[in-house]
Write a protein that binds this ligand. Structure first.
Ligand SMILES: Nc1ncnc2c1ncn2[C@@H]1O[C@H](COP(=O)(O)OP(=O)(O)OP(=O)(O)O)[C@@H](O)[C@H]1O
Ligand SMILES: [Mg+2]
Length: 339
């Protein structure tokens, strides 16, 4: 979870926005980009469906907002089975998980979000459920309590995490399929923008969609949010056709520059230049200087800046790559030389 402002355009977790106004992919064809991953999962789901068996357990890891939950929903839709979605940290007692597992129908999908945040004793219940489709149920209380081992319906566990390194080895080995969803390229994001523009009856050409896609930090969720804000902007300025000028104005209004950098991205680069002459600087120092927590910097700001080549990670901390330094010094300090 991130600590930053929920109204920020780059917020990665869902807000209370009206979801009836939202386009949700229901098939693999609607799910744009990620072709290799999609092709693999389409084959696995089709094969399992033909055999009448549940899909093998699947672990999906990748940054927030790239379509992990959406993919699980598509798989359930394609296999024509039910899906239950829960969050790892919400499972406080083993009984909670046993109750959910016992309620699953044959071949249903159980989607556990943030699976790395499940407690160890809840995680242990999953082991025998995943491997043998059996759970231990405690009957009675106190000295008379006894444990009985009951069968449950064969199901598929889809676990999602943004931190693959935090999944315990025993849990990881029980997944038959482990896949990563990476950030999207600008072209795929522009298609996602067009897909949503069509759903929202917005008139937008490919160049405009590309402008929005470029500012979406490799993340479909951000592309969709930007588009909704641009729609607001068009509405209040009374413009029916979305052109490049309107998008530039809207992006400026949202504090996003032509490179897709937000005010905080720019502030982070500025601080590294002003205080550390381009770095290196440790993550903790940087977090303190920006008044943000380390996780937010690592999960939200840094990936985009790394991908755009504005910063690099070294053993001694974050630094501005030599080839970007003159440009950024000029931008923030008005200097022309490297010194
Ligand atoms: N490949 C895609 N094509 C079209 N839309 C997509 C795609 N991937 C994601 N989306 C859209 O982006 C939004 C975010 O996707 P989703 O909630 O599945 O991400 P997530 O990886 O589960 O995020 P989190 O880590 O925060 O749980 C959804 O509205 C979804 O419809
Ligand atoms: Mg999700």
């Amino acid at each position: 979870m991130n600590s930053f402002d929920e109204n920020s355009i780059i917020t990665l977790h869902e807000t209370t926005e009206d979801r009836s106004q939202d386009f949700c992919p229901k098939t693999f064809d609607d799910y744009l980009g990620q072709k290799e991953l999609k092709d693999k999962l389409a084959i696995y789901t089709q094969a399992a469906k033909m055999r009448g068996e549940p899909l093998d357990h699947l672990l999906l890891f990748g940054p927030p907002g790239v379509g992990k939950t959406t993919l699980a929903q598509i798989m359930a839709h394609v296999m024509n089975v039910g899906i239950k979605i829960i969050s790892g940290p919400m499972l406080e007692r083993t009984g909670d998980l046993v109750a959910i597992l016992s309620s699953l129908d044959n071949r249903d999908i159980l989607f556990i979000d943030e699976i790395h945040r499940m407690s160890a004793h809840v995680e242990e219940v999953l082991y025998s459920a995943m491997e043998h489709f059996r759970v231990d149920v405690i009957i009675g209380q106190g000295a008379g309590a006894k444990s009985i081992n009951l069968p449950i319906n064969p199901f598929t566990l889809v676990g999602a995490t943004t931190k693959s390194g935090m999944i315990s080895a025993p849990l990881r080995t029980r997944f038959g399929i482990v896949e990563r969803i990476d950030f999207y390229n600008d072209e795929d994001l522009s298609h996602i923008v067009l897909q949503n523009a069509q759903f929202l009856s917005m008139q937008l050409d490919h160049e405009c969609a590309t402008m929005v896609g470029k500012c979406a930090r490799g993340t479909p969720r951000i592309a969709k949010k930007l588009l909704r804000r641009i729609r607001d902007f068009a509405q209040v300025t009374n413009k029916n056709i979305i052109d490049q000028q309107l998008i530039s104005q809207a992006l400026k209004f949202l504090g996003i520059d032509s490179e897709g950098l937000t005010a905080l991205d720019n502030l982070m680069l500025q601080r590294i230049i002003e205080h550390f002459n381009g770095g290196p600087v440790g993550l903790e120092t940087l977090a303190a200087l920006l008044g943000e927590d380390k996780e937010t910097i690592e999960e939200v700001y840094e990936p985009f800046l790394l991908r755009k080549g504005y910063i690099e990670k070294t053993a001694r901390g974050r630094q501005i790559p030599a080839k970007k330094l003159p440009f950024l010094k000029q931008k923030f300090l008005g200097q022309n030389s490297l010194v």
